[in-house]
Design a protein around this ligand. Structure first.
Ligand code: HEC
Length: 162
């Protein structure tokens, strides 16, 4: 009996190797990328691309072991979930209030060390942000918020409290 179950599981493991979700890849320029509208210094670009963009952009860098299932499904879940919450490549097409709020969230998540996810930095050691990198990233997010405040009336960025 045990042997039969093992064989079935093994067969299932072989079969799922051929089933893969669609990769998060989008070639070419990203028209709604946050950096198109708000200045993004190179060092911030580097931080976002090594620590955040795998889950919050339209392009994920897939390691070789993403070829293995169920690893790919597990990664895809994070990517889809991450993109749903915030996508820096699909940013400037969102309402101003949304954009402003997600910058606040970016600062909060980075300050509290909630992002990048622990399961990610466990493998991607270089994505574990130093205090200096955190300061650069949150400083940039704050500067974008300041630019928005200078460009738009505050009512269009923050819902008025009654
Ligand atoms: C391995 C994938 C992954 C990486 C890498 C990652 N995130 Fe996330 N992020 C998620 C997921 C999944 C969520 C949603 C669930 C949650 O909050 O845990 C999320 C949520 C967020 C949110 C909350 C948005 C909201 O208001 O709902 C922000 C902001 C954020 N991430 C910013 C970042 C930043 C900045 C980085 C890089 C420093 C980063 N993330 C790296 C997967 C990731």
């Amino acid at each position: 009996m045990i042997k039969k179950i093992m064989l079935v599981l093994l067969a299932a493991l072989v079969v799922i190797q051929f089933i893969h979700p669609k990769k998060n890849k989008s070639e070419g320029p990203q028209p709604n990328y946050i950096g198109n509208v708000y200045a993004m210094p190179d060092d911030v670009k580097v931080i976002l691309s090594k620590a955040c963009n795998d889950c919050h952009s339209n392009n994920t860098r897939y390691p070789w072991y993403a070829m293995l299932q169920p690893v790919h499904w597990w990664m895809d879940k994070h990517v889809q979930d991450g993109k749903k919450h915030i996508n820096y490549d699909e940013y400037t097409n969102r309402p101003l209030r949304y954009q402003y709020h997600k910058l606040e969230e970016t600062i909060e998540m980075v300050k509290e060390g909630e992002m990048p996810l622990n399961s990610y930095t466990w493998i991607h050691k270089d994505a574990k942000l130093t205090e200096e990198e955190k300061a650069k990233l949150t400083g940039w997010a704050q500067s974008v918020m300041d630019t928005m405040k200078a460009r738009y009336p505050i009512d269009s960025l923050v819902r008025k409290k009654n």
